[in-house]
Design a protein around this ligand. Structure first.
Ligand code: BES
Ligand code: MN
Ligand code: ZN
Length: 507
């Protein structure tokens, strides 16, 4: 979907030609193109454009003026402000991502199908990193989900268009590095867009079996290995948590496992994603208002598997990866698990199910215990839309991070910062774990209202033993995430995919 060019951008007859400029306090922002600079000067003198972040300046180049050679051949030219120089690397990366999102947002409004973007020359980043982040912004910002809308309806609603072909110009930066960055950025962004697609699919389409299908397809066309456990295998293994949650559903559960191997000597990182394809709450039924959003309860699974998709394409060295997605619905059929029922997890621990709506931890507990037992990973990360409480605590702006290992937590905080998906760490501790004590079983599945996000994590902690582990509660960020030019205001964000990929790339 993206091509790299070395041809003079001003001579290309594209629908939209885009330049990016840095804001400077006194001077006119610098631009690589002579004819664009002329137009820019007018806009700057008029006080209309300074290069502020998010600011744009569109013009229609005058018809070609014979043989002077300086004419612009694009249908439209857009200049996008990057803002002033950012202090740190993460800030500079985000600046480019947002500028890419802004550019593609304008292209959408203009219904431009072919966009040529010129990489800015001085971003304070290496060429590959600049290209990576700009491309991420372009591809993520270009995302639409229109599967269930007829084309005609789209036009009547004046839905924004989508860029069909991106062309990137290296802006004079080292070509090979730009290509490398472009490929990395596109790969990561397309993986996150796939996660958004999975989440956008309704519960009657994205069922537990779809996770199995996705895993199998991915394995068929890559070096990954896929294993799917069904209900019988789960019963054999004693996965009482997944089975209990699944009891009220007519769709069978799946535990889908993807493996990426680079060598026995390398460390193994295990990823686990909550794949709850619809959460009605079970017998502890959720209120009707907003329940439709519970089709998104599989976003942890989506993040984990799409990160594996990017891994399969990129083939990083030095790390083994195992990804597990426990997938089921949480419904209230006649056989549904009941409040007060006691279940036995894979590791033998018993739980009194006080609230059937606290189901995520029940399926994750089995997946964590089983995965650690079977794959002996050096570190484990799980992602889940686990608690409404994390939205109360952190809003829609940061993913909640809880970990039993400071090193792993630090790595995740950094990865999130670098990819524009910030995290915030919350504590764990005996006081919180105590809230999960049951009168009748080893544990109960809810710890009361106080510290709901922490007690949910404390529940998971019971199933990881001494293994280095981190839990990401993405309930606030998986959809309706902080509005940004490259993240849709409504609907799934694809959060987690790029955090994991960033972490894996730097492992
Ligand atoms: N999937 C929900 C968490 C959730 C809530 C995600 C709102 C996004 C928005 C989870 O399964 C759940 O229902 N959690 C309960 C736990 C409670 C019963 C202890 C919650 O947060 O209310
Ligand atoms: Mn629930
Ligand atoms: Zn849930």
């Amino acid at each position: 979907m993206m091509k790299l060019t070395v041809k003079d951008p001003d001579g290309e007859a594209v629908d939209l030609l885009v330049y990016f400029v840095t804001e400077s306090s006194e001077n006119m922002p610098a631009c690589q193109s002579v004819p664009v600079k002329k137009a820019l000067k007018q806009a700057w003198k008029a006080g209309d454009f300074s290069g502020r972040a998010g600011q744009v300046f569109l013009f229609y180049p005058p018809a070609a003026t014979g043989n002077r050679g300086a004419a612009l051949r694009a249908g439209r030219v857009l200049v996008v402000g990057l803002g002033g120089p950012e202090e740190d690397r993460a800030g500079r990366r985000e600046q480019l991502r947002r500028a890419g999102g802004t550019a593609v947002g304008q292209a959408g409004k203009l219904q431009a199908a072919v966009m040529l973007a010129v990489l800015p020359g001085s971003t304070g980043l290496d060429a590959d990193e600049a290209a990576e982040c700009l491309c991420e912004g372009l591809v993520l910002g270009n995302y639409r989900f229109a599967r269930y809308k007829h084309k005609k309806t789209d036009r009547e609603d004046e839905q924004p268009g989508q860029v069909e072909q991106f062309v990137l110009h290296d802006g004079g930066l080292p070509h090979a590095a730009v290509r490398r960055g472009m490929e990395r950025g596109c790969r990561a962004a397309l993986a996150a867009c796939t996660a958004r697609d999975m989440a956008n699919e309704p519960g009657n389409s994205w069922t537990p079996d779809r996770f199995a299908g996705f895993g199998r397809d991915l394995a068929r066309r890559s070096v990954l290995k896929c294993t799917v456990l069904g209900k019988a295998a789960m019963a054999e293994l004693g996965m009482g948590g997944i089975l209990a949650v699944n009891q009220g559903s007519v769709l069978p559960p799946r535990l889908v496992i993807l493996e990426y191997r680079t060598g026995k000597k390398n460390p193994t990182l295990m990823l686990v994603g909550k794949g709850l394809t619809f959460d009605s709450g079970g017998l502890s039924l959720k209120p009707a208002a907003g329940m439709e959003a519970m089709k998104y309860d599989m976003c942890g699974g989506a993040a984990v598997f799409t990160a594996m998709q990017a891994v399969a394409e990129e083939r990083p060295t030095g790390v083994n990866l195992v990804a597990l997605v426990p997938a089921t619905e949480n419904m209230c059929g006649a056989r549904a698990v009941k409040p007060g029922d006691i279940i036995t997890h894979y590791n033998g621990k018993t739980t009194e199910v006080v609230n059937t709506d606290a189901e995520g931890r029940l399926i994750l507990a089995d997946a964590l215990a089983y995965g650690i037992d079977r794959f002996k990973p050096d570190a484990v990360i799980d992602l889940a839309t686990l608690t409404g409480a994390v939205i109360i605590g952190l809003g829609h702006h940061r993913t909640g991070l809880l970990a039993n290992n400071d090193g792993l937590a630090e790595r995740l905080l950094l990865a999130g910062e670098l990819c524009g998906e910030p995290l915030w760490r919350l504590p764990l501790g005996k006081e919180y774990s105590k809230q999960l004590k049951s009168e009748i079983a080893d544990l109960k599945n809810v710890g009361g209202r106080p510290a709901g996000t922490i007690t949910a994590a404390a529940y998971l902690q019971e199933f990881v033993g001494d293994t280095a582990w981190a839990h990401l509660d993405i309930a606030g960020t998986a959809w309706d995430f902080t509005k940004k030019s490259y993240v849709p205001e409504k609907g799934p964000s694809g959060v987690g995919t790029r955090t994991l990929l960033t972490l894996i790339r730097n492992w």
